[in-house]
Design a binder for this molecule. Structure first.
Ligand SMILES: [Zn+2]
Length: 126
């Protein structure tokens, strides 16, 4: 269960959100102190904030209900996508220590980028 609770002040203008810092425990935040992040690919949600006491960055998963509560409390929402690389077809063998050594040697040349481009052009999946 997410560790936050939103309460409105008596003047109904300031919403206080109580969230949980792993170091400090419960901390009081305003809506502007948090960001809700929703992944458009798998619809997973999370919220992030910087602890006002110890300044650690905190990120926690959030159910759709928590996301809706935070957004209705005025928290800004960001929508993000999974990196396109995750859906790329993978070909070839696993990287081996020799591959890393070859790459290290390649990077020592002045025209290493042209060398990498040439290898990609030769690759059957390119
Ligand atoms: Zn803290």
């Amino acid at each position: 269960m997410a560790g936050f609770r939103a309460t409105q002040g008596a003047d109904r203008t300031v919403t206080t959100i109580r969230a949980n810092c792993p170091t400090c425990g419960d901390v009081q935040l305003r809506a502007a102190d948090l960001v809700v992040r929703v992944c458009s690919d798998d619809e997973s949600g999370s919220y992030t904030f910087r602890c006002p006491t110890c300044a650690v960055a905190v990120a926690k998963g959030a159910s759709k209900r928590i996301v809706d509560l935070l957004v209705s409390s005025g928290v800004r929402m960001e929508v993000w996508r999974l990196p396109a690389e995750l859906s790329e077809a993978r070909t070839g063998g696993k990287l081996q220590p020799d591959d890393l050594l070859d790459f290290h040697l390649l990077l020592e040349s002045d025209d290493w980028f042209a060398g990498v481009e040439a290898m990609v052009r030769r690759s059957p999946s390119a």
